[in-house]
Design a protein around this ligand. Structure first.
Ligand SMILES: Nc1nc2c(c(=O)[nH]1)N=C([C@H](O)[C@H](O)COP(=O)(O)OP(=O)(O)OP(=O)(O)O)CN2
Ligand SMILES: [Zn+2]
Length: 136
């Protein structure tokens, strides 16, 4: 078993708030992250794939292919966007890093499976100090 990781970066706005809660409750729960006029992050996304090395190519998966899949299906949809308003796969979800990691897993796992490998981990740094890892 071998593991290979592609890192991508994106910039996105969001806020942590629930439409079915009052402003006061959102502020009490999420603090400054519930600021109604949004705030943004420079996110770092790490997509780790696991599997066996193809003896003919020496590859688990071609990193150029992985870059293309991650960019087409994730980065192009989130970069310079508002996670709450613009991103179809986050509609109706609280825009936390946990929910973002789960949503990205759900998009990429089947695509990577079709290529004969397995998605191992989605890791997202929201800030330098905060990151989430999701293993499915
Ligand atoms: N479990 C979670 N908690 C929080 C999330 C999250 O996605 N999951 N997100 C946030 C906010 O988005 C917030 O913007 C994080 O910013 P902050 O707390 O300021 O993070 P920093 O690393 O910049 O803070 P330092 O104090 O400088 O370490 C909040 N909680
Ligand atoms: Zn935030």
């Amino acid at each position: 078993m071998i593991y290979i990781t592609r890192r991508e970066s994106f910039n996105a706005a969001h806020k942590l708030s629930r439409a079915d809660w009052s402003d006061d409750k959102n502020m009490a729960t999420f603090g400054k992250c519930a600021n109604p006029n949004w705030h943004g992050h420079n996110y770092q996304l790490y997509v780790t794939v696991k599997g066996e090395v193809n003896p003919e190519t020496g590859f688990l998966v071609d990193l150029k292919w992985l870059k293309k899949v991650v960019n087409e299906h994730v980065i192009d949809k989130v970069d310079h966007r508002n996670l709450n308003l613009d991103v179809d796969f986050m509609k109706g979800k609280l825009a936390s890093t946990e929910n973002l990691a789960i949503a990205i897993w759900d998009i990429l796992a089947p695509l990577i499976g079709e290529a004969g490998a397995n998605l191992h981990c989605i890791k997202i740094y929201e800030t330098e100090n905060n990151y989430v890892e999701y293993f499915g």
